[in-house]
Design a protein around this ligand. Structure first.
Ligand SMILES: Nc1ncnc2c1ncn2[C@@H]1O[C@H](COP(=O)(O)OP(=O)(O)O)[C@@H](O)[C@H]1O
Ligand SMILES: [Mg+2]
Length: 306
C-alpha cells in the first residue's frame, strides 16, 4: 500500500469529508476557495445521492503537471459536461474520480466519502485494492472504446459484474440486464456478440453495463468519438435520457450541441485547469475568458444556436 505522506491538506480532507457527510446533499455548494459548483439538479429529477466534490486535485506524470489544482462540485443528479482542447487533462480528471489515477494533491469525495483514500493519523492513506474495487462499483464509467468482452453476448457483458462483483443470482441479474438493454433500445439484441453489433449499439451495451451496478455517478469519456457520425445520436439520446433520470453524470465530449441541451453546467478546461464554468448559456453565449472564446471559435460552427 502506498502512503501519501505529509500531505498538507490531509486534515482538511477529513474535515471536508465530515462536513459534507453531516451537511447532507445540499451542504457543499459555494466554497469560497474558487470551487466550481455545478447547478443543482432540476426539480423534475430529484436525486439524493451522487454528490461529487473534487477539491484542489493535482496530478503529475513525471515532471509534467497535468492537473493543476482542479476543484469542481456536482450535486446529486447534476449533469456536468467538460469540454476543452486535447491534452487539457479531461480524461485524467475523470480517471481520478474513480481512482484509476492516484492524485498527488487534493482529494475527491462522493457523498462525503473519500475516493481511493482514508484518513488515519491525520494523513491520507491509499485504500486496499479490495476497498478501491468496492468503491468503484458506485461509479460507472463509459469510455470512447467500448471495451466489451468479445466472447460474451450483449446480455452476458451487462450481467457479468453484478454476478461477479455483487454476487447477484444469475436469474436476478438476467432480469435486470434485459431491462437495461431495453432501456438502451437493445432488448432484441441481447444474444448478439459485440462483433455482430454496430459501434453505436456496442456503446449502448457499454452504457447498460455501466448501469448494471446501479452507480451513484456515471462518467463518460468521449463516448461518441469513435463512432461514425450517423451513429452518434443514438448514443447521445441514451445519455440524454439518463440525464433526466437523476443519476449524476460527468461527461467529457466534443459534441457542443449535446452540451448545450443537456448540461446543467459546462466546464471548460485548458492546460490542467478549469478556466471557467457555468450554464450553457453563460459559457457558449457569454464566455468571460478569452481562452474559452478562442476555443469555441475553433470548434463551434457559425450556425450554432445558443
Ligand atoms: N499515463 C500517462 N503517462 C504520461 N502522460 C500522460 C498519461 N496520461 C495522460 N498523460 C498526459 O497528460 C496530459 C493530459 O492528458 P489527458 O487527460 O488525456 O487530456 P485530454 O483527455 O483532455 O485530451 C497530456 O499531455 C497527456 O499526454
Ligand atoms: Mg481524453
Amino acid at each position: 500500500m502506498s502512503i501519501i505522506a505529509a500531505r498538507k491538506d490531509s486534515s482538511a480532507a477529513a474535515q471536508a469529508a465530515e462536513k459534507t457527510r453531516t451537511a447532507g446533499p445540499a451542504g457543499s455548494a459555494g466554497d469560497p476557495d474558487g470551487t466550481t459548483t455545478a447547478q443543482p439538479a432540476s426539480a423534475d429529477r430529484p436525486a439524493t445521492r451522487g454528490q461529487v466534490d473534487i477539491t484542489n486535485v493535482r496530478k503529475s506524470f513525471g515532471a509534467t503537471e497535468v492537473l493543476k489544482g482542479v476543484s469542481l462540485s456536482v450535486p446529486p443528479g447534476g449533469v456536468a459536461v467538460i469540454v476543452g482542447p486535447s491534452g487539457s487533462g479531461k480524461s485524467t480528471l475523470l480517471r481520478t474520480i474513480n481512482h484509476l489515477e492516484k492524485v498527488d494533491g487534493g482529494y475527491i469525495t462522493i457523498d462525503g466519502e473519500l475516493v481511493g483514500y482514508e484518513v488515519r493519523g491525520n494523513k491520507l492513506h491509499e485504500l486496499r485494492e479490495k476497498d478501491i474495487l468496492k468503491q468503484r462499483t458506485h461509479i460507472g464509467m463509459v469510455f470512447q472504446s467500448f471495451n466489451l468482452f468479445p466472447h460474451l453476448t450483449a446480455l452476458e457483458n451487462v450481467i457479468e459484474a453484478p454476478i461477479v462483483a455483487q454476487k447477484r443470482s444469475k436469474a436476478e441479474a438476467r432480469k435486470r440486464g434485459l431491462e437495461l438493454l431495453d432501456r438502451v433500445g437493445l432488448k432484441d439484441r441481447a444474444g448478439a456478440y459485440p462483433r455482430q453489433l454496430s459501434g453505436g449499439q456496442q456503446q449502448r451495451v457499454a452504457i447498460a453495463r455501466a448501469l448494471a451496478l446501479d452507480p451513484k455517478i456515471l462518467l463518460f469519456d468521449e463516448p461518441t468519438s469513435a463512432l461514425d457520425p450517423e451513429l452518434v445520436n443514438e448514443v447521445l439520446d441514451v445519455i440524454r435520457e439518463l440525464a433526466k433520470s437523476g443519476t449524476t453524470l460527468i461527461v467529457v465530449t466534443h459534441e457542443m450541441g449535446f452540451a448545450r441541451d443537456v448540461a446543467d453546467t459546462v466546464v471548460f478546461m485548458d492546460q490542467g485547469q478549469i478556466v471557467e464554468s457555468g450554464t450553457p448559456q453563460e459559457i457558449f453565449a457569454n464566455p468571460r475568458e478569452e481562452r474559452t472564446r478562442s476555443f469555441f471559435s475553433k470548434v463551434i460552427e457559425p450556425a450554432f444556436n445558443i
